[in-house]
Structures are given as C-alpha cells and as structure tokens.
Design a protein around this ligand. Structure first.
Ligand code: CO
Length: 456
C-alpha cells in the first residue's frame, strides 16, 4: 500500500471517530436529554460538526487523492476508496465552514421546535424553522452545484445520480399502479383488525419488541433499543448501533414493526465489514439511503408481515399481548397486520398506501425547493394532496404536515429513498429466493439467519 493511502486512511479514521462521537450526542438528545439541555447540546453538536468539517477539508487530502488518481497500479478496493473519498472531499470543500456550523446549530433547534409544535399542533411555531431549513438547504445546493436545480443536488446526496426527473418517471408508474391496487382493495370487504387496537401496556410491548429483535438475530452486545417520538437507527461505533421504537398504547403493532424496521437498518450497519485496512473509513458506509431502506423494509414488510415468519412466533407474541390476541387465530392475525386502508400517518401506513404517502411528500418538497410553494401554504397544499390521493380530510397539522421529522432536520430529498427502497427490497428478495429455494420454509422453522447471511 502506498504511503499516501496509509496517510489518507489515518486522517479518514479521525473523521469517522468524530462522526461517531457526534452520534452519541444526537442519540442522547433524542432519548434522554432533559428539556433545558437543548441549548447547549445544539452548541456541542455544532462544535463537533465544525471540527469534523475542518478535518474533512484538509488540503492534504486533496493532494493525496490527486496522487492516487494518477496511479495506475492501485488495487480495485483502493480505487473504490479513492472514488468515495473524492466525492466526499469535493462535497465538503465546496461548503463554507460557517454554513456547515450554522446548519448543524439550526437543525438541533428546528428539531426541538418540531417536537413541541407537533405535540401542540402548532404549525405557526414551526414555520420559521422550516423556512430557515429550506433557505440553508438552498444555499448548500448552490454551493455544491451552482448550475443544477437545487432539488436535484439534494436528491443526489441521498441516492447518488438521481434527479427529480428520473425519480418522477419511476413514481408516475408506481402511483398509477398503487392507485389501481388500492381501488380494487377498497371495493372488497374489509379485514377486521379491531383486536390490534386493544390496549397493551408499554411494558408488554417492550417485551414483544425484545422478543422479536432477538429471534431475527439482533446482537444486543453490539446495540440496544430505546424509545423516541420518531423511531430511528444511529451508529455510535463499529460495534454500537442503536435503534429506537415508539409505543402506541392502542396499536401495539406500531412498536413491533418499528423495531423490525430499525433492526433491518442496524443489521446493515453491523454487517458493513470491508477489507480490514478500510475498517473505520468512509468505505465502511452504506451504499445509499435507498439501499439502507431496502434492508429495513425487507425485514419489516416482506419478512415481518409474512405468514411464514409468524407461524413460528405468533404464540409467543400473543402470550405477551395482555389478552389482546386471546382467541385470535394466526391466520386472522396475519390478515390484520396486512390490512390495507387509507390513512393519515405515513409511518403507520400499509405497503400499498405507503408509496402514495411518499409520492405526496416528493411532490410537495420539490415544490418547496422550486419556490412554487410557500411555507405558509404548506398545510393547505398537504391537505389537498391527501384529499386527492386518499379522499381523506386532515383534521389537524399534527396528523398532517407536522407528522414527519425529516424536514425539521433539513432532510429534503430523503423521502424518495423509502419508496425506492421498497422496489430494491422486492428485487433483492426475489433474487435471494431464487438462490435459496427453501428460504421461506427455513424462516417458518425459526431460522432467519440464512437471510442475514445472504444479505451480508
Ligand atoms: Co428506515
């Protein structure tokens, strides 16, 4: 290995350490931080981001990349590493450090304001923060690529190479297919899922989540589960991947499927294990957001909602349900957790309507970034979209445009990766089943290790 390569890896590992330390602060903010700790936490996170940015724009990195790009003899994995580092280095060097720090600071404040605004159903309280996050993202996009459309620049950050046009082409097909399926389902007798809405205490739901994450193979010596308003996965270290879930007293499947979903994300993070020389570098990172989401949604929907999965595990979960599932057959349970119905909340949506929720957000954020939709008009535009897609009236903004965390974090361009993830997941699953013909039978017998092994 070249000295330049060794030196680059050393510098890059410092960047990863800083990002993991930052993740500790972020995880703590979402889980256990007392209310008044938020102001200084925002300063701490901004400080860390600043440090990390400083490291990432070190001109030495640029020089080493130039040298290695000119070298024909480097190995394939080294070439891949240089390509990833070049993309990251160019991204970082184009952003002024003032903008990076300001974005980190505003993100913390905006997220905290969103939590409160959603709780109080108070869009006006969140609106100035949303405006600020939009402005900062537009500025970031201008810095990254002054000639491209801002939304295209942002989409590219989550799914490398994608544009509004390329995604719209996929989504227009998906939209009409999903609408047709939905129309057919709505014309048929509806599934009874009333027993899923019986009260189950948080303590019992915690046990259900614990059971499920254990049987699908979550290694608790390398991660843990906690409770947040919005479930997420975060990597605090190579062997420390945290997931969170949300407990809804009168809909226990919410916590189960959030736990399975986030476990899928965690499996992906825990499974990234490249050549030992590149451990702790940015090569040891996800391929893209959509690929990440393909993992979580495969575990959640394709495996987690299947009859072959529940055949083995239904009894144990029913026993933890405090009577909610008494007298409910396996078949009735599997039908209920697959019920398709129009609804207001994306994270509770079924597989059919989920894609439509994403398409709505894609169209709205594209309009926000284009400037054809003003922040003040977002609630009305949101409600009109939900009326158009689902024929539902949105009763309040908490169940409307305030429901998702993403825009409060300035993550514009993130939503499409969920729907793309579904499409990737279906393709991975089909290929996997082709290569492991008794796959479903193995899972039915309680062995899902084959899935994880194949994916890795
Ligand atoms: Co996810």
């Amino acid at each position: 290995m070249l000295d330049d390569m060794k030196h680059l890896i050393e510098l890059d590992k410092e960047h990863t350490l800083l990002s993991h330390i930052g993740a500790v602060l972020g995880w703590d903010q979402e889980t256990y931080l007392p209310e008044r700790g938020i102001e200084e936490r925002a300063e701490q996170i901004a400080f860390m981001e600043g440090l990390s940015h400083e490291k990432a724009v070190n001109p030495e990195i640029g020089k080493m990349l130039d040298n290695m790009e000119a070298d024909e003899k480097i190995e394939a994995i080294e070439k891949a590493y240089v390509r990833v580092m070049r993309r990251e280095y160019d991204k970082e060097t184009k952003l002024p450090s003032g903008l990076v720090t300001e974005m980190a600071r505003q993100t913390s404040l905006s997220q905290a304001a969103w939590v409160q605004a959603r709780k109080d159903n108070d869009f006006a309280r969140f609106a100035p923060h949303l405006q600020k996050m939009i402005d900062l993202n537009l500025e970031m996009a201008r810095n990254l690529n002054p000639t491209a459309k801002p939304y295209d620049v942002l989409l590219d950050l989550y799914e490398f190479g994608s544009t509004e046009e390329s995604i719209a082409a996929v989504f227009s097909m998906l939209k009409s297919d999903l609408e047709n399926v939905l129309k057919k389902i709505r014309s048929r007798p509806q599934v009874d899922d009333s027993f899923l809405h019986k009260k189950v205490s948080q303590a019992a739901q915690e046990k259900m989540s614990g059971y499920i994450m254990d049987v699908i193979g979550f290694d608790r010596t390398r991660g843990r589960l906690d409770k947040t308003a919005h479930p997420f996965t975060t990597t605090l270290g190579r062997d420390d991947v945290r997931i969170t879930t949300r407990y809804v007293e009168d809909f226990f499947p919410s916590s189960i499927f959030s736990t399975v979903h986030e476990s899928g994300h965690a499996f992906y993070e825990m499974g990234i294990d490249p050549h030992p020389d590149f451990r702790g570098t940015r090569l040891a990172d996800a391929a893209s957001m959509a690929v990440h989401e393909s993992q979580s949604r495969m575990w959640e929907n394709i495996i987690g909602r299947s009859a072959f999965f529940w055949k083995k595990h239904y009894k144990a979960v029913a026993a933890l349900s405090e009577g909610a599932l008494d007298g409910v057959s396996l078949d009735a349970f599997v039908r209920a957790i697959n019920k398709v119905e129009t609804s207001l909340i994306r994270t509770e949506a079924d597989e059919v309507t989920y894609g439509l929720h994403i398409i709505a957000r894609f169209e709205l954020e594209a309009a926000l970034m284009r400037g054809s939709l003003a922040v003040a008009d977002l609630p009305a535009a949101w409600n009109a979209k939900i009326k158009e897609l689902f024929d539902l009236d949105v009763p309040d903004n908490a169940r409307g445009c305030l429901q998702d965390v993403h825009w409060s974090m300035g993550a514009f361009g993130y939503f499409p990766s969920y729907a793309l993830g579904n499409l990737y997941a279906a393709q991975f699953w089909t290929t996997m089943k082709g290569e492991i013909p008794d796959l479903e039978k193995r899972i039915e017998e309680g062995d899902s290790a084959a899935v994880l092994a194949w994916l890795r």
